[in-house]
Design a protein. Sequence first.
Length: 399
Amino acid sequence: MRKVILPNGLTVILEKKPLKTVTIEIAVKAGSNNEDPKKGGVAHFVEHMLSEGTEKRTANQIVNEIESKGGEINAATTHDRTFYYVKIPKKHFNIALDVLSDIIQNPIFDNKIIEKERQVILSEVDLVMDEPIFYQWFFFLKTLYKKHPTKNPIYGSRETVSKLSREDLVEFYNKYYIPNNMIISIVGDVKVVIPKIKKYFKFKKKNLPKTKIIIEPKQLKSKQKIERRPINQSYLILGYKTVPRSHKDSYVLDVIKSILGRGQSGKLFNEIRTKRGLGYDVGVEHQPSIDYGFFAIHVSTDKKNISKVKSIILTEIKKLQNITSKELKEAKTFLEGEFILNSEDSQKLANQLNFWQIIKNAEEFTKYISKIKKVSLNDIKKVVNKYFKNYTLTIIQQK
């Protein structure tokens, strides 16, 4: 891996792999957590608009230039970053660079297109809010956090999205879409990369936006919140506030996630679905990020099974105090295998390199497995005692 910071502040990460394809991913260090709450959804709206036309390309031309070569182009907004990528046969590397550099540097924010795209985003908001399988996460996060902006939905709300103006979008774009606030990761077997990056990405460095430090209060007791809807299935999430990725305990929490929730062999899947048939969807999420982290178990089940499922989850968390060396070894081996498999996918690898560079530096990605291997049985006990005391439980159930 090679990392270069260009004179304009743009960070370039190069990962040479003997592939017939190349992935270019551009990450902007700004997501929904950087928004004014009154302008919720602006980061996501800007992401949409960058694919909706530049000074020299229409929306259709942008996707056609990539897809006509057999490539794929996409983008996404998270709580703390926004990213855009192209994966394409490596002989079309220059075309991918040209298209990505164009949409990043030259969006037009046409008023007619803004109004058209607003309707698309409002439909997306409705979908997320209507579908319990998506809405459950918004419901959980807004209950888990009191102050941290992760409690706000990435997509915004109908109210905020309806009020966003062209000026709001341009202001957010101008503030955060600057080279010294962005990273480009390139994974593949391509040559003369840095001169090409300099050729295509000519925008100028600006002052970095100030970062607000939000102190999230500790949770001193467990809490439960129920929402009733006209549905047949019930959805529950039980989780805890934890730590950002830069904290050493985040690696221990990854191992715990592997013990409880890896595929169909994790303890919770086995106890809830395989042994008892109490639900179809059983999973564990651990999301450590820049300045926040959470750990959560989610289950969809029948209303009558909710208390039983909750009891099983809390029992399995308690049992973590007594896991065996064999179980710990299996959990680590799973994470190592998952890491290798994800590294074989150039888009996932580019995404991870950008993520780690935002957290601290991309080199930390290469140290991940060595840190996982250091996790001990005592580390598991300490982390369980430290973070898994006061839970937040959210339930969406039948009226």
